[in-house]
Structure formats: structure tokens, C-alpha cells
Design a protein around this ligand. Structure first.
Ligand code: SF4
Length: 60
């Protein structure tokens, strides 16, 4: 699974990168998502749900 951040929606608050740094990183003023290790899928989904602007999609 992969985390995808909608670059048009992300406000660069940094929550996701701080909460789940294996999967999300800030790149300039936007977050980028990466492949999600199997043991972090639940955590990544939780982080996505907590994004204040719902910019994160978890894809198969
Ligand atoms: S939590 Fe959402 S708005 Fe904040 S940096 Fe991550 S993707 Fe962007």
C-alpha cells in the first residue's frame, strides 16, 4: 500500500510527517507519501484520518 498526498490540498502543517515519519515527509511546504511497510498500515490510515484537510489517500 502507498500513501498519496494531494499536493493541491496539503497545507504543509507537518502533522503527518511528525506522526508517522517512515511514511510521510515534508518536501518544501508540502508532504509526500511513500510505500507503507505492512506493520505501519494501521498507523498510516490513522494519520490520514487525522489530516486537517483530508489530503492523504491510502492506495492499494
Ligand atoms: S497532515 Fe495533511 S495537511 Fe498536514 S502536512 Fe500532512 S498531508 Fe499536508
Amino acid at each position: 500500500m502507498k500513501a498519496v498526498v494531494n499536493q493541491d490540498v496539503c497545507i504543509g502543517c507537518g502533522m503527518c510527517a511528525g506522526d508517522c515519519q517512515v511514511v510521510f515527509e515534508l518536501n518544501g511546504d508540502k508532504a509526500q507519501g511513500k510505500e507503507i511497510p505492512a506493520d505501519l498500515v494501521d498507523k498510516a490510515k490513522e494519520t490520514a484520518a487525522n489530516c486537517p484537510v483530508q489530503a492523504i489517500e491510502i492506495k492499494d
